[in-house]
Design a protein around this ligand. Structure first.
Ligand SMILES: [Zn+2]
Length: 654
């Protein structure tokens, strides 16, 4: 079917005659994947705590519902975002139902959803915590209105998205009907008020325009022209040729850094919302084949890789794009990790390029796992490179059982599980990740064992297939060597292909897990702040100091002013920390092995095994110039840092 996309701004003169594009790679169904080993225990703990516990089904769920009764979001000018929590909660519950296949959870979700719709969805389709239905932008009389927050549409997006996911997983017609009513209401409301989405919400409309992703899901399900029209309008606004921070797709082609697109990047360059928009744009390309949109998504991804990679393996500084690659005081919002992984999943399925799986891998094992508490019940709002503890999500927007990031985090376990393998359009099976798992893919099944990436031993891969298949293995870019059954192999473009006859085949794989010193090229963070700057969001020094100490006063004085190096073992960022047995002075010491020809070697095991509070300890030997040498106990960064205790300490800097 041909589709005609006419997009304004830089696209206005181009009548794109494009067709939907097919994914190069298709992921397995979530229900066909089981995480085993350590990642399996982590996701099971998270589901137990946040889906199956009496707290999750009781106080947590009920508080999300209560927000629709109290209309707390209308208070104090209406900038609250309790509106997002029912949807976020249900997106996680729906993912858990799909992953576990638990029919009783499905029944519970639908019962609760139907009661929720009965009580709160108005006959015209409106469904929100905001009692003031037409409150779509704060202070519209203010010429600078886009500075002010209104989360009415942002929150509705999450309810809408959850209803679509509940329908997809359970087939429930009522959920789909309710989602359609929400979309129809939004379209009618915008028309009645003479508004477009870029003139609503917060951050120049990017919070509202992130509805693009679920809107396109509805479009795919129904093919009703009004949904495609609203999606086209969003893309037109994102592409507009104007010096507007909301014109993300236009700005993506700029040569200067993301943080230079805005007069105040610490206000405008909001990572979570921007990443959410780009996930929708990738889906827009899939459905329309619009090459200009695709080029913009790729251009923006290149900006992120060049400017915004932080030392924890995700993108952004705190919750903004502020040239994170240039800062040693690493901080990142957990939601930015969640959506960075989601964007890379989209790009992998659309291209089949191994590098996106590399980025997902580093982000999952480091930034993501660091941000989830060990019992899986809660998470960090901001994950830090070093200090005493992350900023474990404090109460927010008038709620006690919910916070933006813990409410999002479970989705990453499911996104990760679904990204372990894929089927290529050329018929090959692809194995992307090597953590212990069992996967049904096409008519085959794959089992991966070996404790990767924490263990030293080889990875065993077993394939059962009823017909001869090609199995293509991702060889991570960090692995200098790679062997199959003890024989060294050369990868091509990040892949190595095996042929398997019908029946069962098994291989042992070995990667190069020797430690790598990776110098962080950041300049030193400019501290202390210069007195002539008094705007804490544009002065990075003040920004850094403020947010390093925010809610964690014991971190006063822990900002680094010196650049440093990271040491990685496979995909794991290594770190010193109390839980690994590293003493506090050594952990937080600002001296560094950056520069000067240092070498690193590892041996497994602690000198004092009794003291270890983590599953893996290695003794790291650092040999430097002039025959200097020191030996420190280390573990992986996530394991030493996912502890919410002010008397903990950790650092990924060496
Ligand atoms: Zn968040």
């Amino acid at each position: 079917m041909k589709s005609f996309a006419v997009v304004s701004g830089s696209f206005v003169s181009v009548l794109c005659v494009a067709q939907p594009v097919s994914d190069v790679c298709r992921y397995p169904a979530l229900g066909d994947v089981m995480l085993c080993g350590r990642a399996g225990r982590a996701v099971d703990a998270c589901i137990q705590s946040r889906v199956d516990s009496s707290w999750a089904r009781g106080a947590m769920y009920e508080e999300a519902v209560t927000a629709f009764r109290t209309h707390w979001d209308d208070l104090r000018g209406g900038g609250g975002w309790q509106n997002e929590y029912w949807g976020k909660t249900m997106l996680c519950f729906a993912g858990a139902a799909e992953y576990t296949g638990d029919p009783s959870l499905q029944r519970w979700m639908l019962e609760k959803t139907h009661a929720f719709l009965d009580e709160f969805q108005q006959p015209n389709g409106y469904l929100s915590t905001y009692a003031k239905e037409d409150f779509l932008r704060a202070h519209p009389e203010d010429p600078d209105a886009k500075r002010h927050w209104c989360h009415n549409i942002w929150g509705r997006k999450y309810t809408f998205w959850a209803l679509l996911e509940l329908h997809r997983i359970t087939g429930d017609a009522r959920a789909l009907e309710a989602a359609q009513k929400m979309a129809d209401h939004l379209i009618a409301q915008l028309k009645r008020l003479g508004l477009t989405l870029d003139r609503t919400g917060a951050w120049n409309g990017i919070s509202s325009m992130s509805i693009l992703k679920p809107l396109l899901e509805l479009n795919r399900l129904t093919r009703k022209p009004q949904y495609r029209k609203l999606a086209d309008d969003i893309v037109a606004a994102l592409s507009a040729e104007k010096s507007d921070p909301g014109a993300l797709l236009h700005n993506a082609f700029r040569k200067d850094k993301i943080c230079d697109w805005y007069p105040e990047p610490g206000f405008w360059a909001k990572s979570y919302e921007i990443l959410s928009c780009f996930e929708g744009l990738a889906e827009y390309y899939r459905q329309t084949g619009n090459r200009r949109v695709w080029d913009g998504v790729n251009a923006f991804h290149r900006h992120l890789v060049a400017e915004e990679m932080n030392p924890m393996g995700a993108v952004g500084l705190f919750d903004h794009f502020l040239n994170a690659a240039n800062h040693v005081n690493g901080m990142v919002e957990l939601c930015d990790v969640v959506h960075w992984i989601r964007l890379n999943r989209e790009l992998f399925s659309l291209t089949g390029e191994a590098r996106y799986a590399d980025m997902i891998e580093e982000s999952f094992y480091n930034a993501f796992l660091a941000g989830v508490t060990r019992d899986g019940r809660w998470g960090a709002h901001i994950i830090r490179s070093h200090g005493t503890r992350h900023l474990f999500a404090p109460p927010q927007t008038g709620m006690t059982e919910h916070q933006c990031c813990p409410d999002n985090m479970m989705r990453t376990y499911f996104d990760w599980a679904q990204s372990l393998a894929a089927e290529h359009a050329d018929g090959a099976l692809l194995l992307l990740q090597y953590c212990d798992s069992s996967i049904r893919l096409s008519d085959a099944s794959i089992a991966v064992r070996g404790g990767y990436p924490w263990s030293d031993g080889p990875v065993t891969v077993t394939l059962d297939t009823p017909r001869p298949r090609r199995l293509r293995l991702r060889v991570p870019a960090w692995s200098k060597t790679f062997s199959v059954n003890g024989i060294a192999c050369r990868s091509k473009d990040g892949w190595y292909e095996l042929s398997a006859p019908s029946g069962r085949s098994a291989w042992t794989l070995a990667f190069d897990l020797s430690p790598r010193i990776v110098e962080w090229t950041a300049r030193e963070d400019a501290l202390p702040p210069s007195p002539q700057h008094d705007n804490s969001v544009t002065d990075i020094g003040r920004y850094t100091v403020h947010f390093m100490e925010w809610y964690t006063p014991e971190m006063r004085g822990m900002c680094r002013t010196a650049g440093a190096a990271r040491i990685l073992r496979g995909p794991l960022v290594l770190a010193k920390g109390r839980a690994a047995g590293t003493d506090r002075d050594e952990t937080l010491n600002a001296t560094t092995v950056r520069g000067g020809g240092w070498r690193a070697s590892l041996r497994r095991g602690a000198d004092d095994p009794q003291s270890a509070g983590v599953e893996d300890v290695w003794m790291l030997t650092l040999s430097g110039p002039h025959e200097t040498q020191k030996v420190v106990p280390v573990s992986d960064y996530a394991s030493v840092s996912n502890i919410d205790n002010p008397s903990n300490w950790f650092s990924l800097w060496f």
